[in-house]
Design a binder for this molecule. Structure first.
Ligand code: DAH
Length: 343
């Protein structure tokens, strides 16, 4: 039989095999020792050398292509057999992807902010979310009845024990941790405090009743407003890159003197003025200042020897600026289409 004809016949037969037994029969028939190929190869042994070489080569080519075809047929028959066996489940189907979780953009921002301050020598500490009136207000130079309490819309907590009522609240800022840290440590102090804070407030594109801050405090000899500005400029550079503009303005916070706020040029409108920056071109990201001597002396620090700076920064604002997000409420709606976009 012609070699090419044999090959065509063998391949057609291979197509017909339905299972591994049929395949084995095919192999014995076409590739076995008594098969036509082996017979052919034996029969050319009497031919002259050159002729034998040519015939042998083409027979071997046919043989190896049949072997390849046999191998791939064996694979597919095997797969078909396995995949429909037992439960009837098709195990050759691709698997279902395992959903991989990721960090919430606020958590990511917390980590980036803390890492920036850590690189400058600040230590990270955390404090309670339910706080005494004393730490949230009084020790921060906001005595009962002081008008500055109006700056903070507060969730009060009813709490009484056998000695009577003690005013407690959901902390309105992370600043109470300044006092808690100073009560426990002697200067030098360099801490940042990431945490959740609460205000009894209506929500809109830039306000939420629950949000996040990072507080900072540095107390030492010879600390000046220049240290505050240098530190915060450097952190703004680390978080936003070189080309971001930052602005300091004087403002009032009872626990610092002087007090400032720092703003970054609005990412949404590049300073033109839009909904996010209320048309000003700037977004305030933090309040800061030189720690008020009343605050230092209340924890027993020598105000002749020590000065310090403090700041409190809004984490949502920073995340909005970095990612160009125009509504703070998006962070807390658990919409995966939004959350999946971050890292
Ligand atoms: N606690 C202030 C607030 O939530 C922010 C703040 C301002 C913190 C000045 C500070 C500071 O440490 O020095 O509005």
């Amino acid at each position: 039989m012609e070699l090419q004809e044999l090959k065509a016949q063998a391949l057609a037969g291979l197509e017909q095999t339905a299972d591994l037994e049929g395949l084995e029969a095919w192999r014995v028939r076409f590739l076995g020792r008594k098969g036509p190929l082996s017979q052919f190869l034996r029969s050319i042994s009497s031919l002259p050398l050159e002729e034998r070489r040519l015939q042998g080569e083409s027979a071997n080519r046919v043989k190896s292509s049949l072997q390849d075809a046999w191998q791939s047929r064996r694979e597919s028959l095997r797969l078909a057999q396995v995949s429909t066996s037992q439960s009837g489940a098709d195990i050759s189907l691709p698997g279902r992807p395992m959903p991989l979780g990721r960090l919430h953009p606020i958590t990511q921002t917390f980590r980036d902010i803390c890492a920036a301050f850590q690189s400058l020598g600040f230590e990270v500490v955390e404090g309670p979310e339910v706080e005494w009136d004393y730490y949230n207000f009084e020790a921060l130079n906001i005595p009962p009845g002081h008008a500055a309490r109006d700056m903070f819309s507060t969730f009060w907590v009813d709490y009484t024990d056998d000695k009577g009522g003690h005013p407690m609240l959901l902390r309105t800022h992370t600043s109470p941790m300044q006092v808690r840290v100073m009560e426990k440590t002697e200067p030098p102090v360099r801490v940042v405090v990431p945490g959740q804070v609460f205000r009894y407030e209506a929500t809109d594109a830039t306000h939420e009743a629950v949000f996040h801050q990072v507080e900072g405090l540095a107390v030492d000899e010879n600390i000046t407003l220049a240290d505050l500005k240098g530190t915060l400029y450097e952190v703004a550079r680390l978080l936003f890159g070189e080309d971001r503009k930052a602005r300091f303005r004087c403002t009032y916070f009872p626990f610092v003197e002087p007090g400032v706020d720092m703003a970054i040029d609005c990412a949404m409108c590049r300073g033109e003025g839009c909904r996010v920056c209320s048309g000003t071109g700037w977004l305030e990201i933090l309040g800061a200042g030189m720690v008020h001597p009343n605050v230092l002396s209340r924890v027993g620090y020598d105000t002749q020897r020590y000065t310090g700076f403090a700041f409190g920064l809004g984490v949502e604002r920073i995340a909005m600026l970095r990612h160009g997000i125009d509504d703070i409420r998006l962070f807390f709606q658990n919409d995966l289409r939004f959350l999946r976009q971050f890292r």
